[in-house]
Design a protein around this ligand. Structure first.
Ligand SMILES: N=C(N)NCCC[C@H](NC(=O)CCC(=O)O)C(=O)O
Length: 445
């Protein structure tokens, strides 16, 4: 049986825009009210996904969510026709309308936490959609995320789908953005590493002062219980609250792992040495490569600006590891110099490939935010909805679909345009047919 890690990238939705919705996410705040280009955003994402498929990686796509989210606007008391609701919300509660229009489901690293079958008690692949309770615009994602995941991984013999955690800050859960799995081979039991920013039930534990910690220890522990992970294969690692206060709103902005590599910034964690000893002991006899980037070489500010750690580390079919980085890393002299040096250091990482994902970066989403990792075997892959897997035909089909339905300019004021509801629904309805997802959206029920 073959084992590998697949990446499922979020298809950017037709309402991709810059609304400044994410307090603590520097890019989101500093680009608030900039004009976006949903068509380019979607195409940049598709290009990256296709490039990985062309490198021999298993690559899938996850459908975006329905936006504007009329269902939520109705839930909070707006009534009338769709156009009337939009009009009233734009006048009476523009901030709530913006929250209901974000295309933020594109960052599928936040869609769910995934545990491969090699790690779980029942031998199935487990998915728990993230509740994303820290941000209003993201807290409306998990139900539809669950529908999309169930339509993509649609075989109960192999896949176990859980409900998202209770919607309370004690269980703040941001999915795979705060979760990394280290393993010798994808098919062996690995060490599941949960990084949290706060302990909800222990007020004296360290926590950030300026920006919110989105992930709690209690949420991470609940996921480990739900997925049937063993204690010997699980490590909980506290994030350094000082870096959260400098804009590191998810762990995947400061660290990334793959197989036997953990690539991280010197200031990423608390209690680092003890926790690394625990990781090594649980990992087993072979050595984990802890690749530390020192502050002297790359400051936190440069890491946050360039997204050096929001890179994907992938294992190519040749067995070599490559980094998939945003072009922003090339544009930052300190980071570019570091990456050029990294490939010469004798670590498993041998090459760096750069991709322009600037439309996503301007909202704080790099290459790693755009993908959900699913380690699986070939039987599990055969059970996946095959219409979601990237190949030449799907790439062409989705690009044509984007050309047909997406705007190339969207301002925050355009979100009040009722025509956007029609455009978005027409596009998504067609997409569910292309990807054979069934009725995953509220407007289809
Ligand atoms: N690091 C990972 N895995 N994901 C990045 C998510 C970015 C997203 N930005 C936003 O939601 C901005 C939307 C706006 O401001 O319009 C967020 O902050 O949750």
């Amino acid at each position: 049986m073959k084992h590998f890690e697949a990446n499922f990238d979020g298809l950017v939705g037709p309402t991709h825009n810059y609304a400044g919705l994410s307090f603590g996410n520097v890019a989101s705040f500093s680009n608030a009210s900039a004009v976006s280009d949903p068509k380019s955003a979607a195409k940049q994402g598709l290009k990256k996904a296709k490039a990985l498929a062309d490198m021999g990686m298993i690559q899938g796509m996850l459908a975006p969510q329905e936006r504007p989210d009329l269902h939520t606007l109705r839930r909070i008391g707006f009534s009338g026709t769709d156009a009337e609701i939009l009009n009233k919300a734009a006048k009476e509660a523009p901030a709530l309308l913006r929250a209901c229009c974000s295309a933020s489901s594109m960052w599928t690293a936040n869609a769910a936490t995934v545990s491969p079958s090699a790690d779980t008690q029942d031998g199935k692949l487990h998915f728990t959609p993230a509740n994303l309770v820290d941000k209003l615009h993201r807290s409306i994602e998990p139900v539809t995320t669950g529908n999309i995941l169930a339509a993509t991984f649609n075989n109960s013999r192999y896949f176990n789908h859980h409900q998202h955690l209770p919607e309370h800050s004690s269980f703040g859960d941001e999915g795979a953005a705060n979760h990394t799995r280290l393993c010798e081979n994808y098919g062996n039991a690995g060490v599941e590493l949960f990084v949290y920013g706060q302990e909800a039930t222990n007020p004296s534990a360290p926590k950030p002062q300026k920006y919110p910690a989105r992930q709690t220890l209690e949420a991470s522990q609940a996921i480990a219980r739900l997925h049937g992970l063993s204690e010997e294969n699980t490590v909980y690692l506290p994030q350094n609250p000082d870096v959260i206060d400098q804009g590191v709103f998810h762990n995947d902005v400061i660290a990334v792992g793959n197989q036997n590599v953990l690539f991280y910034h010197q200031q990423a964690f608390l209690d680092t040495q003890n926790k690394f000893d625990e990781i090594q002991q649980k990992f087993g006899d072979s050595k984990v490569h802890f690749i530390e980037v020192p502050t002297a070489k790359v400051s936190i500010q440069d890491a946050v600006k360039s997204y050096l750690f929001n890179t994907q580390i992938i294992t190519l079919p040749s067995g070599e590891m490559a980094i998939i980085a945003p072009t922003n890393c090339q544009e930052n002299p300190a980071v570019f110099a570091y990456l050029n040096e990294l490939v010469t250091l004798g670590t498993p990482i041998k090459q760096v490939n750069y991709f322009d994902v600037k439309q996503s970066m301007q909202n704080g989403g790099g290459p790693a935010c755009l993908r959900l990792r699913v380690a699986m075997n070939d039987m599990e892959l055969a059970a996946v909805n095959q219409n979601t897997l990237m190949n030449d035909a799907l790439f062409t089909r989705l690009n044509t679909w984007v050309d047909k339905h997406y705007r190339d300019r969207l301002s925050v004021d355009d979100l009040a345009d009722p025509q956007l509801i029609i455009e978005s629904r027409t596009a998504l309805d067609e997409l569910t047919q292309i990807m054979k997802l069934g009725s995953v959206y509220q407007f289809q029920k």
